[in-house]
Design a protein around this ligand. Sequence first.
Ligand code: NAG
Ligand code: NAG
Ligand code: NAG
Length: 196
Amino acid sequence: MLYYAVILLCYFIDLSPAFPLESEYESGYYWREFDGKIPQDALPGGINSEGVTTYIGQVFGRNLVIPAKIDIVNDTVTYEWGYKEFLATENIKILCARYPEQFQWLSTGHGYMSQLKGKHLIIGGYEEGADIYIGRIQLDDELALGKVINGSNQATLNTTKDGKGTQHAAFQVLSYNPSISNRKDSSDCQVVINIY
Ligand SMILES: *[C@@H]1O[C@H](CO)[C@@H](O)[C@H](O)[C@H]1NC(C)=O
Ligand SMILES: *[C@@H]1O[C@H](CO)[C@@H](O)[C@H](O)[C@H]1NC(C)=O
Ligand SMILES: *[C@@H]1O[C@H](CO)[C@@H](O)[C@H](O)[C@H]1NC(C)=O
C-alpha cells in the first residue's frame, strides 16, 4: 500500500530541477576539498624557493573566500589579508583541472586589466567591490602565488612571505582557454606542453 502511495506521489511531484542541467560536464576545472594530499589532477601554480611546485588553494573563513598558496614542503596553506599573512588549517579547497595545458598565465598589471575583458580568468574568491583572481610573480628564487585584486581604483597582486604581505603592480594572472586542444585525447600523439 505504502509502495503504491510512493509511486503515486512521484507522479505528482515535479522532479525536474529548477536550474537546467548541462548535458555534458563542460567546465575543465573545479575546486576539490583539500585534505592534506595533492590530488593527481591538481593544477600546478608556482614554485617555492626549493624548486618544488606549489598549488592553488581557496580558503573559506573570516567571512571570506580567498585564494591561497599550498606549499607541501613548508607544509602550509597561506593567504594574504590586509598586508598580513594568515595560515589556514581548515575549509581549504584546491584547484584541479582536466587538462592543465588549457591554462595560461597572462602578463598584466595595474592599468592593463581592462584589456583582458574577453578572457576567462579563474575567479579565486570574493571581495566587495573587486574581482579576485589568481596571480603569480617571480620573487628572487620563488615563483610566488598570490591574490589578484582588480578594484575600481587599482589592480594589484598581493603575495605573502614570512608573515608579511607585499603588493605588486605587474604580475601574471591565471586564465582558462578551452579552445586549446588537449592532446592527451589522441592516443597516437603524446606531446606534453609544459607551460610552466
Ligand atoms: C592588498 O593590497 C592592497 C593594496 O591595493 C591593500 O590595500 C590591501 O590591504 C591588501 N590586502 C587586501 C586583502 O586587499
Ligand atoms: C578590472 O576592473 C576594471 C575597473 O573596474 C574593469 O574595467 C575591468 O574590466 C576589470 N578587468 C577584469 C579582467 O576583471
Ligand atoms: C613557510 O611557513 C611559514 C609559517 O610557518 C610562513 O610564514 C612562510 O611564509 C612560509 N614560506 C613560504 C615560502 O611559503
